[in-house]
Design a protein around this ligand. Structure first.
Ligand SMILES: CC(C)(COP(=O)(O)OP(=O)(O)OC[C@H]1O[C@@H](n2cnc3c(N)ncnc32)[C@H](O)[C@@H]1OP(=O)(O)O)[C@@H](O)C(=O)NCCC(=O)NCCS
Length: 180
């Protein structure tokens, strides 16, 4: 497939009843060659989950933005969690300011380098600002060079905080932050 320009895609939030398409996009992302660096779960774990998991995740999980082609294919995903000041995050660290946390970042290979990732990020970051977030963060593996390159290009800066992935305590991932 030749690279398409991002103008040919619509960026929009996922609706609860679209859980099957959301599941398929997630399974596609989990089969990417860099999935081990990019995501905390695996294809094998995800594919074994019941429909109830995907229904619940799509209806009540993070706010999920997708990129959809004119013929209805889902080719990109970014999800936004809002973390409240005064709470503790998944790693047990205190959240000091209300912030957005971007997860599940994926763009299909034929659409990379086209500007689509930036358009998805713009939608996700804008939504976080509308929710009153004071900053937006994400976590990236230092060996995921293309993701790091994109995040830097999009204005994210390494905060100096590192976190071990839940299943690999010997490794460290980098927190990157975009200030409002
Ligand atoms: C991460 C991802 C969303 C980035 O989107 P993208 O459209 O590929 O990003 P772009 O091509 O616009 O930007 C990547 C930048 O990194 C650069 N880059 C690519 N490979 C690189 C490498 N090996 N080393 C350094 N920089 C690299 C590119 O040159 C580009 O910068 P440029 O536009 O200035 O040339 C996409 O590649 C993807 O879905 N990857 C698989 C899943 C993944 O890793 N998700 C992130 C989880 S944290």
């Amino acid at each position: 497939m030749s690279a398409m320009s991002f103008e040919e895609c619509v960026i929009r939030p996922v609706r609860a009843e679209e859980w099957k398409a959301a599941k398929e996009l997630r399974l596609t992302a989990l089969r990417d060659p860099v999935a081990r660096l990019a995501y905390l779960d695996t294809y094998e774990e995800a594919v074994a989950r019941p429909d109830s998991f995907w229904r619940e995740r799509t209806a009540n999980g993070a706010r999920q933005f997708i990129a959809e082609t004119a013929d209805g294919r889902w080719v990109g995903n970014v999800a936004v969690l809002i973390e409240e000041a005064g709470t503790t995050d998944w790693a047990g660290s205190p959240v000091e300011r209300r912030q957005g946390h971007l997860v599940g970042v994926y763009v299909a290979p034929g659409h990379r380098g086209s500007g689509l990732t930036k358009a998805l990020f713009d939608a996700a970051v804008e939504w976080a600002w509308e929710c009153g977030a004071e900053r937006v963060r994400l976590i990236v593996h230092p060996e995921n060079a293309r993701a790091l390159g994109f995040y830097r290009k999009a204005g994210f800066v390494e905060s100096g905080v590192t976190v071990p992935p839940a299943d690999r305590p010997e490794e460290r991932e980098l927190e990157m932050v975009l200030e409002r």
